[in-house]
Ligand binder design. Structure first.
Ligand SMILES: [Zn+2]
Length: 206
């Protein structure tokens, strides 16, 4: 196995399952790689030969066997910032412009891309998340692209502009009267009841 979930605290191995918390000690689970098996694939030459997006780093991403990417996510430009660099005493300051990331113009597009790859491998037909904006947009867009049903849970007072960025992708949107923490807790309970992949609950390590 190239990667698997392990507990950050007690180091128990869990294999690859939709789970984010260790049932032994309630600590977060994280993806651990078998670096020895990755080493041969992860070379400077192979990265350079890869496509201009995150998939060139596939050897070090938690992606199931035979994963076929459907969107050119990531590889946003580094822009030299001479002015700001002078202010903080740096001659080579670059700022990464994730505001041009495909498909929804935020860094959340990256994490959703790998989470949904695993949602597919686990056999989920519905993906979901709680969000106050960017994660909702990224999940809704990539669910549409990859043929998942999608449910998004948001606090009821979220601004209209952020809601539209999710609705255009056809996701079912549920406004919950409560804080983001309450929305999040509700999602943990729904994830226990329904066989859905929540990108920030049971798919979170991925
Ligand atoms: Zn543990």
């Amino acid at each position: 196995m190239r990667y698997e979930l392990r507990c950050r605290e007690c180091h128990k191995s869990w294999g690859n399952v939709p789970k984010s918390v260790c049932e032994e000690c309630f600590s977060p689970l994280e993806v651990f790689f078998d670096y020895e098996s990755v080493r041969a694939e992860f070379t400077r030459e192979k990265i350079a030969q890869g496509p201009p997006n995150i998939w060139r780093y596939s050897a070090l991403l938690p992606l199931p066997e035979n994963h076929e990417p459907t969107l050119p996510v990531g590889f946003t430009p580094l822009i030299k910032s001479a002015q700001l660099g002078r202010n903080i005493g740096s001659k080579n300051l670059f700022i990464k412009n994730d505001a041009v990331c495909t498909p929804t113009l935020s860094f959340k597009d990256r994490v959703v891309a790998t989470a949904l790859a695993n949602a597919r491998a686990f056999g989920f037909d519905t993906v979901s998340c709680s969000s106050t904006g960017n994660l909702a947009n990224a999940t809704a867009a990539q669910a549409a692209r990859n043929g998942f049903k999608c449910w998004i849970f948001i606090p009821a007072d979220l601004e209209q502009a952020k809601i539209i960025g999710t609705q255009v992708f056809g996701a079912k949107l549920v406004r919950v009267s409560g804080s983001y923490d309450q929305v999040n807790r509700l999602c943990s309970q729904i994830a226990d009841d329904h066989n859905w992949g929540f990108v920030n609950v049971n798919l979170r390590p991925y």
